[in-house]
Design a protein around this ligand. Structure first.
Ligand code: 8YV
Length: 313
């Protein structure tokens, strides 16, 4: 039987590529020099897209694939996939929830610790031979502080569990209160920012959450406050954040996500009060293996006519 044709928007780790190539005829969109020509040539044969969270699948891309049946996303966030288009055209969409929850929650706490405790600066201090010559500046405690979470989904709850183990007091802003949780629900984001010493953002990206962390929220967080963003760059007004970091409206930020990844705003690189991560919250071998497996399981289930393990649409 001839192999099914699938389109990949970007590379996966080698172990996934080997497996996908064994089962499917894989077309590599990211390697195409003439993208429209490439799509005009192979588009009619493509039955599935395997994409990544940040690459998604636009309506325009889906329109160029008239026989597309499914978009399988390597990532939990589907904000870069045009779900409305998929729905109206009967295209299934899957993602990779749960398997990455613990890693993203870990990196949120890691960024908070790195930012508050100046771990990158301390590393540079030792390497540059300053230890013993001048005192390492004192830093900010994490344990026992007031931590506000913006978003209380699976990853948010993972962050809350970790922060609780640090003795932090936790409150959250979300679309809905979750009365089963032991944390205080604060329906007003500005009020939450006022209360918080640390504000951690973990809401889905997309229009509904665009720039919810704006100049007003940053001002409310205040000059002793630390912002951590492990959601999407779109959730934070980046101009406002850079200004707030430059003029110390807030103390510092730990950021895993940005607008225009990977070509982030160069002003971030000039700031001494940010810790930067290359959108790598889920980037462990263990989790990335599980994500790749889930992408393949969804594709295999679809082509076998079985129910999808993790459907979105
Ligand atoms: C991945 C992500 O870094 O899950 C998501 O939504 O953004 C991340 O886990 C990404 O999808 C891998 O390319």
């Amino acid at each position: 039987m001839p192999k099914t044709d699938i389109l990949m928007t970007g590379a996966y780790p080698e172990w996934d590529m080997v497996d996908l190539e064994a089962k499917y005829r894989v077309h590599r969109l990211w390697e195409a020099v003439d993208r429209p020509g490439f799509l005009a040539n192979v588009g009619g044969r493509i039955r599935a897209i395997a994409t990544r969270g940040e690459l998604g699948a636009s309506a325009e891309l889906m329109r160029s694939l008239p026989n597309l049946e499914i978009v399988s996303c390597y990532g939990v966030g589907t904000d870069a996939i045009d779900l409305a288009h998929a729905r109206t055209h009967g295209i299934r969409v899957t993602n990779t929830p749960d398997v990455l929850t613990e890693d993203v929650a870990d990196i949120a706490l890691g960024l908070l610790l790195a930012t508050a405790r100046h771990i990158p600066q301390a590393d540079a201090f030792v390497r540059s031979g300053q230890w013993g010559k001048t005192p390492m500046p004192l830093v900010t405690r994490v344990a026992g502080k007031r931590l506000g979470l913006v978003g209380m989904g699976r990853i948010g709850r993972g962050i809350a569990r970790r922060a609780a183990a640090f003795g932090c007091e936790i409150s959250y802003f979300a679309r809905n209160a979750q009365p089963q949780l032991a944390y205080a629900f604060v329906p007003d984001l500005i009020a939450l920012a006022h209360w918080s010493e640390f504000l951690v953002v973990i809401v889905p990206g997309g229009e509904a959450t665009k720039n919810i962390i704006d100049a007003g929220v940053l001002k409310a967080l205040g000059s002793d406050g630390i912002l951590v963003n492990v959601s999407r760059g779109t959730t934070v007004d980046e101009e406002a954040l850079i200004a707030a970091l430059q003029d110390r409206t807030i103390k510092a930020a730990g950021l895993d996500v940005f607008l225009n990844e990977p070509k982030i705003d160069p002003r971030f690189l000039t700031l001494d009060n940010v810790v930067l991560q290359p959108h790598h919250g889920s980037g462990t071998v263990e989790t990335r293996k599980a994500m790749g497996q889930l992408v393949r399981d969804n594709l295999a289930a679809h082509f076998a006519g079985k129910s999808l393990p993790t459907p979105v649409v």
